[in-house]
Design a protein around this ligand. Structure first.
Ligand code: FAQ
Length: 318
């Protein structure tokens, strides 16, 4: 092979890859892909997986205090689903050549992020309603769009996850609707949860498009199909109506229907708070990671037993 053949082959592979992406083909683990595409996906999918797993903690806080056996069963099932979503997503990321151990290490050392939203405390039962309704509601809007993302394993994981998320969103809305039909104290509790979770939910979609460094690659490679701001607007439009139906007030005095755009205009998001939280300095970041480390260490014997079983089976089959 001459010295200039390698770059020529590389260029040909890149053109073929970009052509396939433009055509809407799914890229699969064994297909050639540019290194930057692989890295971009590992970052996004692993952060997504970490969010699902860390996201079990704020809700787990209420399992023992759920107000009825029905509510407890539903909450348990939901939290188990989130753990399952984490597993699909870690598996999807592993197909890109990173191990589970590396991803966990990146989470625990702060190299990998997880969603801003899970660094806020769950103070009352209404927070469980607000998480299901607003947080899962925001997650669905983002994930429905990701069902058509270009990487096959990620897109297929999203299809399955979205089915479960829509049940989660309804369970949250049901809690809020029931509380709004309750006593004045219950209504106040629901409104208080709404006030605390609204703005962090809007932050889940990420910075404005003009401040989103990863968006241009994400669009070029069809990893993202809609922008951060487009998805945020979609979420606001549908959630405002749901809030009105049950009598909750959106805590944004600047929220206003805009006839010309056909969407709601909203007040400015507190981006200082967003960056503070995602850089590790939110109310619960340290607690979340400490808890993750403890659970991971406590589970070391399970991993060792599974590994020993795998070795035993391999010996038996040889
Ligand atoms: N939180 O250039 P962009 C769920 C970071 S699902 C923390 O716009 P990108 C279900 C971003 O990583 C929730 N960090 O980035 C559930 C980057 O920093 P980096 C999780 C954020 O990737 C419900 C920097 O800011 N869903 O929770 C956030 O193009 C209830 C610049 O941002 C997903 O992960 C944020 N919100 O767009 C579970 C969806 N936003 O990496 C339990 C998949 C941005 O350079 C209970 N992810 N950053 O250090 C995505 O769609 C995208 O990654 C975005 C960000 C839209 C989140």
């Amino acid at each position: 092979m001459s010295s200039n053949t390698a770059p020529a082959i590389e260029d040909a592979r890149l053109s073929k890859f970009e052509e396939r992406v433009q055509k809407g083909d799914a890229i699969e683990p064994r297909d050639w892909m540019p290194e930057a595409y692989r890295k971009h996906l590992i970052r996004q999918i692993s952060q997504h997986a970490h969010s699902e797993v860390i996201g079990m903690q704020p809700e787990g806080n209420w399992i023992t205090r759920a107000p009825s056996i029905r509510a407890k069963q539903i909450l348990l099932a939901k939290i188990q689903d989130e753990g399952g979503h984490g597993l699909y997503l870690y598996s999807a990321a592993e197909t890109l050549g990173i191990s589970r151990e590396e991803m966990i290490e990146q989470l625990q050392t702060g190299k990998a992020k997880y969603s801003n939203i899970f660094n806020y405390p769950t103070l009352t039962w209404a927070d469980i309603g607000a998480i299901g309704w607003l947080v899962d509601g925001a997650a669905i809007v983002n994930q429905v769009s990701l069902q058509r993302t270009s990487y096959g394993p990620y897109s297929r994981a999203m299809v399955r996850i979205c089915k479960e998320e829509s049940f989660h969103q309804r369970q949250g809305y049901e809690i809020m609707a029931m509380m709004m039909k309750g006593t004045p104290e219950q209504r106040e509790m629901a409104q208080d949860a709404m006030n605390r979770w609204w703005w962090p939910s809007l932050m889940m979609f990420g910075p404005h498009d003009s401040d989103s460094p990863h968006s241009s690659d994400a669009f070029r490679w069809k990893i993202k199909r809609h922008s951060n701001d487009e998805l945020r607007t979609k979420f606001i439009d549908k959630t405002v109506q749901q809030a009105e139906v049950i009598g909750l007030t959106i805590p944004d005095p600047e929220l206003k229907w805009n006839e010309a755009t056909g969407h709601y205009d909203h007040g400015e998001i507190n981006w200082d708070e967003f960056y503070r939280v995602i850089q590790g300095n939110g109310q619960c970041n340290k607690q979340r990671i400490a808890h993750h480390k403890k659970a991971h260490n406590d589970g070391a014997w399970v991993r060792a037993a599974a590994e020993a079983y795998k070795v035993k089976q391999a010996v038996k089959n040889n």
